[in-house]
Design a protein around this ligand. Structure first.
Ligand code: HEC
Length: 140
């Protein structure tokens, strides 16, 4: 499982290196941080509906580091494709919930359902960044 996750990470990094003019993008992606890598993704794809001072869709706030970190696993469960969720099952540990603390990883949320409908979903590379960010402790 870990091996598969690593090869997917390698693939995504390879894709990013090909399509990017910034030679550092691939190396950066190994240790993504909130300010440089995650905030811009959430800003584009999520913040329009998940703000602390306006729309708090589903009670989720994604416009500040603390709140983004607090909901990171849940966010990944909704914004990532089923394949990557499976590959990163060991990272996306079950979310403790009062009603069912031992529920299977991501079972409460539909994969790739956020952002909803035809809005721009996260690219595979953005998904890997989000997962890798969680895996490395969601640093600021
Ligand atoms: C167009 C508006 C919109 C955008 C953009 C959007 N969401 Fe949502 N989100 C909603 C709405 C509405 C709900 C509540 C209804 C639902 O669960 O479908 C929701 C619910 C959620 C929930 C579930 C909360 C729960 O506990 O059940 C999560 C997690 C979430 N969003 C994360 C994200 C992430 C991560 C992104 C960006 C990748 C994002 N959303 C983008 C509208 C949006």
């Amino acid at each position: 499982m870990a091996r598969r996750a690593l090869s997917i990470l390698g693939l995504a990094l390879g894709l990013a290196a090909c399509g990017s003019e910034d030679a550092n993008t691939g190396a950066d992606a190994l240790s993504p941080n909130y300010t440089q890598h995650i905030a811009p993704i959430l800003q584009r794809a999520c913040v329009p509906c998940h703000t602390s001072d306006g729309l708090r869709a589903g009670g989720v706030e994604l416009d500040a580091y603390e709140s983004a970190k607090a909901t990171a696993v849940k966010d990944a469960c909704t914004a990532v494709t089923p394949d990557l969720i499976t590959a990163y099952a060991d990272v996306l540990k079950p979310v403790p919930r009062t009603d069912a603390p031992d529920r299977a990883t991501c079972a409460d949320w539909a994969p790739f359902s956020m952002p909803p409908a035809a809005l721009d979903k996260l690219t595979p590379f953005e998904q890997v960044l989000l997962l890798r960010w969680i895996e490395t402790g969601a640093p600021q």
